[in-house]
Design a protein around this ligand. Structure first.
Ligand SMILES: [Zn+2]
Length: 437
């Protein structure tokens, strides 16, 4: 009898102490705008297939500590915007940096939002500069509005965690390199919030795969947009929030039709629905959080003479990149040797831990971190807090190719990363995980 009482008390404490609130703000552009993700685009957007959203899920634990995850149907969010927003959120709502997490779905069918130094991707016309600046300000306001609304809706809730599986992500580095090992992460982690009546009010779910089914000039959230839409139809009143994982080297294949984007969206929504309707584990508090910027370094230094040689080389992309590097040397005296890389961990009681990492994270990180801290309880998100470059593992760095360093040619970083990039990030993950465990 005594045992039963203890179990009941434990169950009650696992359940009753949370408050959650979720909100969505429409960030569909109101004018024709340059889109992010593909350098080959030659004109701004033409119409809207599906609305895109900034969404927020606020979580208050039994100690009153508030945390907010913001998910975005955008290719990324840059450090400057994330830092500015974090400062505002801290002064308005008292939420510290470690309790704020931004994640972008990496849809390639949304407007370009970046710092001026990320506008290199593609050659948007001058007429687009004010349009892009207006949209950037609109997105920042919309994110703050979503956060305020989610906090305003905080209500007594229970939280539940479990994972499903979905199989459409393919390791894209094997396209053309069949000899590569081609790891994938097919896990579908789900955190569901229910109100005191047991009604699902928010579904935070993840998948590790580029949102690149579509590549035309029409605004939409790609497969993740269709997945969120389907989940919200199945759980009326709930907000569905998509989190991009270590999907940098994964593509949905085959691709390039609206039918396929919808099909993968429904496949993912089916996996999430099975999890939510099945037996999920109740999640207990408190919610602990830790955040740091880890220094990761580039392989350089490369001499000015070497950049001059590359600027006179044969590859158009390499020439443009070298010219940008020389421009930075001219203006600032030298190039960046390191980059402040955001690493964050959230842990729910003695249960699930979410590790969030910046940049376009390759799947090796996700598999390695889950293997270390527990396959059933660890959720690894890339594309968080600053999406600025591909983050290769040592294996991918050595193999080379686009994710190994080639993509750096499209940006303003000297790249590639040094071979200790994986070790430096791993050490930072150990530190934030240690702080919440
Ligand atoms: Zn990408």
């Amino acid at each position: 009898m005594k045992n039963i009482v203890c179990i009941l008390l434990a169950a009650a404490s696992a359940h009753a102490a949370w408050k959650t609130g979720a909100a969505a703000v429409n960030i569909t552009p109101k004018e024709s705008i340059w889109m992010a993700g593909y350098a080959a685009r030659t004109k701004p957007s033409e119409g809207v297939l599906q609305d895109i959203w900034a969404k927020a899920l606020a979580i208050e634990d039994e100690s009153g500590a508030r945390s907010v995850v913001v998910t975005l149907d955008l290719v990324g969010i840059r450090k400057r915007m994330a830092d500015d927003l974090a400062e505002t959120v801290k002064s308005r709502h008292g939420i510290p940096r470690e309790r704020l997490w931004f994640n972008a779905s990496h849809t390639h069918s949304a407007p370009l939002v970046g710092d001026s130094d990320t506008y290199d991707l593609g050659t948007y016309s001058e007429a687009q500069a004010p349009v892009l600046n207006r949209y950037r300000a609109f997105v920042a306001e919309s994110i703050l509005a979503a956060i305020s609304k989610s906090l305003g809706k905080l209500e007594a809730s229970t939280l539940h965690f479990e994972q499903g599986l979905a199989g459409f992500a393919v390791n894209r580095r094997r396209v053309g390199h069949r000899e590569y090992p081609g790891p994938v992460d097919h896990d579908v982690p789900v955190l569901a919030a229910k109100n005191t009546q047991g009604v699902v009010t928010a579904v935070l779910f993840g998948y590790a795969c580029h949102n690149t089914v579509l590549s035309d000039y029409v605004i939409n959230g790609d497969y993740a947009g269709f997945a969120q839409e389907a989940i919200e139809q199945r759980f009326p009143g709930a907000v569905a929030l998509f989190v991009q994982g270590g999907g940098a080297d994964a593509n949905p294949l085959p691709r390039r039709s609206v039918d396929l984007a919808k099909r993968y969206g429904v496949t993912l929504a089916d996996a999430v629905t099975d999890v939510v309707k099945g037996k999920m584990k109740p999640v207990a508090g408190p919610l602990k959080a830790a955040f740091e910027f880890a220094e990761i370094q580039f392989a350089g230094p490369v001499s000015k003479q070497e950049w001059e040689r590359r600027a006179a080389g044969n590859s158009a992309q390499e020439k443009r990149h070298a010219a940008r590097m020389l421009g930075i040397i001219e203006r600032e005296g030298k190039l960046r040797e390191t980059y402040p890389y955001p690493v964050q961990a959230w842990r729910f009681g003695s249960g699930p831990m979410i590790v969030t990492l910046g940049g376009e994270l390759v799947v090796d990180y996700s598999l390695k971190i889950k293997g270390k801290f527990g396959w059933d309880t660890t959720w690894v998100a890339g594309y968080s807090n600053d999406v600025f470059a591909y983050i290769p593992s040592v294996r991918v760095l050595r193999e080379g190719g686009y994710e190994g360093g080639g993509a750096m040619l499209f940006g303003s970083l000297p790249g590639p990363f040094a071979e200790d990039v994986e070790q430096r990030i791993g050490a930072a993950v150990d530190r934030v995980a240690g702080a919440v465990r």
